[in-house]
Design a protein around this ligand. Sequence first.
Ligand SMILES: *Cc1c(COP(=O)(O)O)cnc(C)c1O
Length: 421
Amino acid sequence: MDHFVYKHGALHAEDVPVAEIAAAVGTPFYCYSAQTLTRHFTLFREALSPLPHLVCFAIKSLSNVAVLKLLGDLGAGMDVVSIGEYLRAKAAGVPGDRIVFSGVGKTRDEMRMALEGGIRQFNVESEPELIALSEVAAAMGLRAPITLRVNPDVDAKTHAKIATGKKENKFGIPISRASAVYAEAARLPGIEVVGIDVHIGSQLTDLAPFEQAFAKVADLTRQLRAEGHDIRRLDLGGGLGIPYTQSNETPPLPSDYGAMIKRTVGDLGCEIEIEPGRLISGNAGILVSSVIYVKSGEERDFLILDAAMNDLVRPAMYDAHHDIVPVVEPPVGVEQQRYDVVGPICETGDTFAKGRDLAPMQPGDLVAFRSAGAYGAVMASEYNSRPLVPEVLVRGDHHAVIRPRPSYIDLVKRDVIPDWL
Ligand SMILES: *Cc1c(COP(=O)(O)O)cnc(C)c1O
């Protein structure tokens, strides 16, 4: 459920007409609904009560500081995968003891900065990382709180580029080696073991792979406790999928996911952390774009938009589907036209949708890509020297630009011509 609906024939973001924002900001732009973000975060919190828990928003899905402040003020923790994300969380006012640090390639500089600024835990992904972290922390006279990310070797049954829990993936330590690596962690002077971490992939639409992974984590918890480790936290990662079409997909609800967590790990007395990204941010955002041209080809008609793969890369990168809707509600029963929906970039990959049925469109018409809040703006680039796409946040009848569109002067001025050239 989200707050992008037609009212009086016009698409609204909560109480604000999308066309009004477009007139003020220009296109393309991302638009987020504060009420949708709040609702999705609250669903997770309710799903995990009454277990002791912390819902850590995966910043990589949507990292604008205004959004982080909104969620942080509701009590959310944050899951970061770089020191850049860590600094964004801090800038949003989130205290270090609510920030967990994930990722396979944390550098010593990143470790030092996170230890200085305060951190809830590092989710360590390899033995070399564990040793480096111990050295960094010990040199600062500290013990770094850690979980080890275990790779449970389960098939998440999602797109290959976002499956992370099979043994051939680069993530975590094999669960079969966990006992030995925890023993090593316990001996290191700069390390304090606090729990176990797992994250098997993204856009999972079935609970079975989660359940398999969490059952393995429950067994491992009992084993590690028997071996003398104080396992008091379980970080179960993110990955719950969202519906990208309004018709045929019905992924499990956060409440189903919460019930499954209670069933698999709820009796261990551990504090539960989860790291949802997409389910909080995905359906809380749209990308709004204008039609530049309608081009009739020999075999098909092209809708050429002013948004492109640099603004929203998911269709090109993951073959992802986004529903595309006109901002002016088409009359009931209007005869649809079939379009290939494309951007202006000089690549055939810059195609958002092939053979999409839409109400007939004219140059200047506005369209919205639904479910674009997650892995949208954060993956945007300036390819083809297109300025980074701006972001707008709506709450009720308020709206604000939360990242302005850079000017062309900004874009060109960043480059430096050396004086010897
Ligand atoms: C990407 C990622 C997440 C968030 O995944 P979603 O599918 O957006 O919920 C959580 N934890 C880790 C470690 C990740 O890499």
